[in-house]
Design a protein around this ligand. Structure first.
Ligand code: DX5
Ligand code: ZN
Length: 228
């Protein structure tokens, strides 16, 4: 098991995105997490396809695009073509989730399903075999800088066990309120990708904050088995 850090640029200075991405890459970020919000599914509006096009040109690590929009089917092709390596869609807005997940895969991206804090893990039962990752929201989506909802640990465990029962090694990603104080216990619950915005970018040194977050997260990994 490994931990990947996905730096959420929602918390970065949009006038200096290139510098922000460079800093977290120096700090060892594995992914750049891009939050797309439409003002309908969530109360906020953020960024869209042209920003992905621009950051794809300069980012050295893959782009993890999180679509918080009511009609993701209309946009997945554009995000995939512009270079999103991972695209996640919310279960809450998709009556034909199976079709959407396979459409993302057919476009050559990894397909993730996101569930909000009030969405039951059971809603993933019939899609668990198909997903490349599951994103557990540990805050209600729409804004950075919110507090981690403690029940999310239990949810991560439930999703991990659901994926294991489906014999799917897909990682669990956690998004919202992740910092160096709770990262270890979220990883101990079974998360392998941690999204972090404020705890990385709202610090004087985002590269160092990325390193510290990874170190804290790795505390939650199972201790290596000793071989004789
Ligand atoms: C929230 C977004 C998150 C957000 C996380 O709706 O999906 O990715 O940027 O920000 P922090 O880490 O500040 O909670
Ligand atoms: Zn996100």
């Amino acid at each position: 098991m490994t931990v990947r850090i996905a730096a959420s640029i929602l918390a970065a200075d949009f006038a200096a995105l290139g510098d922000a991405i460079g800093a977290v890459e120096r700090g060892g970020a594995d992914l750049i997490h891009v939050d797309v919000m439409d003002g309908h599914f969530v109360p906020n509006i953020s960024i869209g396809v042209p920003v992905v096009t621009s950051i794809k040109r300069i980012a050295k690590v893959p782009l993890d695009v999180h679509l918080m929009i009511t009609d993701p089917d209309r946009y997945i092709e554009a995000f995939a073509k512009e270079g999103a390596a991972m695209i996640s869609v919310h279960a809450e807005v998709l009556p034909h989730l199976h079709r959407t997940i396979h459409a993302i895969k057919d476009l050559g991206a990894q397909a993730g399903v996101v569930i909000n804090p009030a969405t039951p893990v059971a809603s993933l039962v019939d899609i668990a075999e198909d997903v490349d990752y599951v994103l557990v929201m540990s805050v209600n989506p729409g804004f950075g800088g919110q507090r981690y909802i403690p029940r999310s640990d239990a949810k991560v465990r439930e999703v991990r066990s659901l994926l294991d029962r489906a014999r799917n090694p897909a990682p669990v990603e956690v998004d919202g309120g992740v910092d160096r104080h709770n990262a270890g216990r979220i990883v101990a619950a079974g998360a392998e990708i941690l999204v972090a915005g404020s705890s990385i970018f709202h610090t004087p040194d985002p590269a160092q904050a990325t390193r510290e977050l990874r170190a804290a997260a790795e505390q939650g990994l199972p201790s290596p088995t000793l071989h004789e």
